[in-house]
Design a protein. Structure first.
Length: 109
């Protein structure tokens, strides 16, 4: 009986075929989507038109937590809304500059 025992080896007569070995899983890791939170655009929106800029910052802050829980749809929607608020704030800011410049240069004389 002592001849059947193989220290550090397989069971007698097994020859390594019945010994379970650990194999890494063939299932790929889940892919994490990369969605931009567009923080620079949100900050520029605050400079152009602060009410719209605050809304842009709120939506920019929603992107990362949504990605953390795997909600890519919410993250994409929030990122797109930041972009929309940026363009509207930029248009309002430029319009305000034209109005201010136009009213300052028209003097009665």
């Amino acid at each position: 009986m002592s001849q059947d025992w193989n220290p550090g080896g397989a069971w007698p007569g097994d020859q390594g075929q019945g010994v379970p070995t650990w194999q890494p899983s063939a299932v790929p890791a889940p892919q994490v989507a990369s969605v931009s939170s567009r923080w620079p655009l949100a900050i520029i929106s605050i400079v152009c038109c602060w009410p719209l800029g605050i809304a842009a910052c709120v939506y920019a802050a929603r992107v990362k937590p949504a990605l953390a829980i795997g909600d890519v749809t919410t993250a994409l929607t929030a990122s797109k809304r930041v972009l929309i608020f940026f363009w509207i704030a930029l248009a309002v800011g430029i319009l305000a500059l034209f109005v201010i410049a136009g009213s300052g240069s028209s003097g009665t004389g």
